[in-house]
Design a protein around this ligand. Structure first.
Ligand code: PEP
Ligand code: MG
Length: 808
């Protein structure tokens, strides 16, 4: 068996000789280079070489003797034995044949590089095939930025010695493995200069929800170690795989991280590889560390790698700041999110909670309660009792034993792919990472609730909150005579909600998406040049990474809409254009200078009436541009559009024309445009409204308010607000019948059926085609509809004949 193999000649079949990491590198270089995946070249030493090195002079027997009598729980003894073994290994010369082979392979590798200043990374790959690879991750050493054969040889020996670092020795003993079961392969690979570039991690699925159609990329400046450790809060990107395969714009979501520091080399020496954290310049922090083109290139590599291995993958990447190119450094199977078979669903639901103490990125969709343990370092490990909430600046592999005992983890620093996040996911405990302030703001000993049950943002609340955990089998939902859809307005929760059984999204309110993704009044963005003061500064700061104010609105809105459309594709997703009232619009940043004060905003300048007035036309065109981009450019043609609060047929016609003028013509690229049926006029002369639309979705909130004359926001008259009132039912019957007669879509998306299952039953009997519910009531309503008899609600006296079907 040879002692050294070029990476290009290695494949997965060589795993026993070069370990998982190096086998995977070789496999990618050999098989995927032709498909465009760029992996830096080099060579690896074999397990055979390692064993012959240890066998020389009986070193292996001496090591075995020292370890056989060692009690690894005696920390002092372990430290002494480990240090002694490592120096024995470093002092022993390499066998002459191995040294010669390494020198030759290195000379050939250098010869392949055109760059005279190229340096090298020396990494370790453990060869124990039957051990879970993840547990070895991070146990052995890596030496970066090495130049010259002599230094390479020294680094290889240090890599060999690192199989006997204290953590690795203890790990093997705890897992019941003989030390001699494991060998080390060292790889010598061209150093990708991410210290002056950028780096990060890619997962070929969304790690929080397990959603398989997206690629998640994290990125920050400097060496990747900082992202993996969680020392920086990186930028994050989600890319839609079907869009990528079709060659369309496919970036669903961009999230700007702080990237406050970067790990770089301390000096220009290529012998001393010590690293330091340096502050990142404010203008570099304020922009994304990857361009859209970079993101797409990385996502393409990830797709090729995932297809090749046939399973979700966890990948490290880096951008060389000198040649500007993107490289893949490592790929291994993703083992946590991909475990979920989708047959059942655990959902934590938070009912009430104490004061908000800290917020950050949510890891794990669960809720944990316990006493706070603020830890300055892992040396304080003994203070943590089972069920405590660990609060730390950040964590590394040394923390793993203590993390196993925790009810939850909270860190100041880190993003979704940092060490704390990865371990928390594997352990199935909630974590909130990147809070910025938790170690300062949380009080040691105080009981807190760590909640990751509300999407991407995780929260720490004072005290023990009221929550429940629900497990539902969702693989065999019984048949029901209606489509159950969901109301989803939060883009960051869309992937998680899409796991529920569903027939698509019946209502995505654009107001919610604008609030979450933009938060700025559209007119203030359009007028940015003429604004000044703090508001102008704040708006300028937010729009900077997107190139300009209009681009900011359109691209951010497209991100929010495309997240929802992608999560539920190919099922329909009905997005409703904005229906802010004037008082609500005034609350957006800069909004007060554009919104009139109305006595009755609920009955005022809202919905369709805005789109057809000059002062809002440009804002409406930005909404249309985002929707058109998602449908026609990104290819998410499952997106349908809905228009709210259309008072008159004249308004209906004007809106239809305004949509068409903005590139959204009914029928074009399969576009369907619905109308909210939520004003009595809509139902009374339904046919005339339906001339301009492809169907109705009943807004029972506004409809009930307007039929009964009850202000839906007033506590004083709340008792009179009931969607099941006979007068309301009668009006709804008119709308349902009109749509069914014309063979047009008829659904409902108001709150009524989520709150009143008997109302849902009545609607089914009355001939509705789809019911859109709040996500938390979908499973319960589904079961009830599957089990029930006829609806218990009285038919209104004047009701027409029961509807004969969905279309006539
Ligand atoms: C409704 O009126 O029932 C509806 C769904 O719209 P909104 O609640 O947004 O007014
Ligand atoms: Mg409404």
């Amino acid at each position: 068996m040879s002692t050294v193999i070029p990476l290009a000649d290695i494949s997965m079949a060589d795993l026993p000789e070069v370990g998982g990491k190096n086998a995977s590198l070789g496999e990618m270089i050999g098989r995927l280079a032709e498909r465009g995946v760029r992996v830096p070249g080099g060579f690896a030493t074999t397990a055979t070489a390692y064993r012959s090195f240890l066998a020389a002079g009986g070193l292996d027997a001496r090591i075995e003797r020292m370890l056989s009598s060692l009690d690894v729980s005696d920390v002092t003894a372990l430290t002494h034995a480990g240090a002694a073994i490592r120096s024995m290994i470093e002092e022993q010369p390499l066998p002459p044949e191995l040294e010669r082979d390494i020198r030759e392979a290195f000379a050939r590798a250098v010869g392949h590089e055109s760059d005279p200043d190229v340096t090298w990374a020396v990494r370790s790959s453990a060869t124990a095939e039957d051990l879970p690879d993840a547990s070895f991750a991070g146990q052995q050493e890596t030496f970066l930025h090495i130049a010259g054969a002599r230094n390479i040889l020294a680094a290889i020996k240090k890599v060999f010695a690192s199989l006997y670092n204290d953590r690795a020795i203890a790990y093997r003993v705890h897992q019941g493995f003989a030390h001699s079961d494991v060998a080390l392969s060292a790889s010598v690979q061209k150093m990708v200069r991410s210290d002056v570039g950028a780096s990060g991690v890619i997962f070929t699925l969304d790690t929080e929800s397990g959603f398989r159609d997206a690629v998640l990329i994290t990125s920050a400046y400097g060496l990747g170690e900082a992202v993996v450790q969680g020392a920086v809060n990186p930028d994050e990107f989600l890319v839609y795989k079907p869009g990528l395969r079709a060659g369309r714009p496919a970036i669903l979501r961009r999230r700007l991280g702080q990237k406050a520091i970067a790990l770089r080399f301390a000096g220009e020496s290529t012998v001393d590889h010590s690293t330091v954290f340096e502050d990142v310049a404010p203008e570099e922090r304020a922009r994304f560390s990857l361009t859209d083109d970079d993101v797409v290139e990385l996502a393409r590599y990830a797709l090729v790698i995932e297809e090749h291995y046939g399973r979700p993958m966890d990948i490290e990447w880096a951008r060389d700041g000198r040649d500007g190119l993107l490289y893949i450094l490592q790929a291994r199977p993703e083992t946590v999110a991909s475990r979920d078979d989708g047959a059942s669903l655990d959902r934590f639901v938070l009912h009430s909670h104490g004061d908000l103490l800290a917020s950050g990125r949510a890891i794990g969709q669960r809720i944990g309660v316990g006493a706070v343990r603020v830890m300055a370092s892992v040396a304080e490990m003994d203070r943590v009792r089972p069920g405590d909430v660990i609060v730390a600046d950040m964590t590394d592999p040394d923390w793993e034993p203590v993390m196993k005992r925790a009810a939850a983890i909270v860190t100041d620093r880190g993003g979704r792919t940092c060490h704390a996040a990865i371990v928390a996911r594997e352990l199935g405990i909630p974590a909130v990472v990147g809070t910025g302030t938790a170690t300062r703001d949380l009080i040691d000993g105080a009981v807190v609730t760590v909640s990751c049950a509300d999407g991407v943002n995780g929260h720490v609340f004072a005290g023990s909150a009221d929550f429940t955990e629900e497990r539902t089998r969702i693989d065999r939902m019984p048949p029901i005579p209606v489509d159950l859809m969901m109301n989803v307005g939060a883009p960051d929760q869309a992937f998680a909600f899409a796991e529920l059984p569903h027939a698509g999204v019946g209502l995505a309110r654009l107001e919610f998406i604008i609030n979450e993704m933009i938060g700025i009044h559209p007119q203030a963005l359009l007028d940015l040049d003429s604004l000044d003061g703090v508001i102008a500064d704040e708006i300028s700061r937010r729009v900077a990474p997107y190139g300009g104010p209009r681009e900011y609105f359109v691209r951010r809105l497209a991100e929010g809409v495309s997240m929802i459309a992608a999560a539920f594709a190919p099922k329909p997703v009905i997005v409703r254009t904005s229906d802010f009232k004037t008082n609500e619009y005034a609350h957006l940043l800069g909004g007060d200078r554009y919104e009139p004060t109305e006595d009755n905003p609920m009955l005022g300048w809202r919905g369709a009436s805005r789109y057809v007035t000059d002062r809002f036309a440009e804002s409406f065109s930005m909404e249309c541009e985002a929707l058109r981009f998602v449908r026609d450019e990104m290819g998410l043609a499952n997106l349908k559009i809905m228009i709210p609060f259309v008072r008159t047929v004249g308004e209906a016609a004007a809106v239809e024309a305004a949509l068409a003028a903005n590139g959204l013509r009914r029928g074009q690229n399969g576009l369907e445009v619905m109308m909210m049926c939520e004003i009595p006029s809509n139902a009374m002369i339904a046919d005339r409204f339906l001339d301009h639309f492809d169907g109705f979705s009943i807004g029972s909130n506004d409809m009930t308010q307007l039929v009964l004359g009850v202000d839906r926001d007033s506590e004083l008259v709340a008792a009179a607000f009931d969607e099941r009132d006979p007068a309301v039912l009668e009006v709804l019957g008119l709308a349902i019948d009109a749509c069914n007669r014309r063979g047009k879509y008829i659904g409902i998306c108001g709150q009524g059926p989520s709150d009143h299952p008997d109302f849902a039953e009545w609607l089914v009997d009355r001939g509705i085609r789809s019911i859109s519910l709040n996500p938390d009531s979908i499973v319960g309503t589904w079961m009830r509809l599957a089990q029930r008899g006829a609806s218990a609600l009285p038919e209104p006296e004047s009701a027409l004949e029961p509807a004969g079907g969905r279309s006539s």
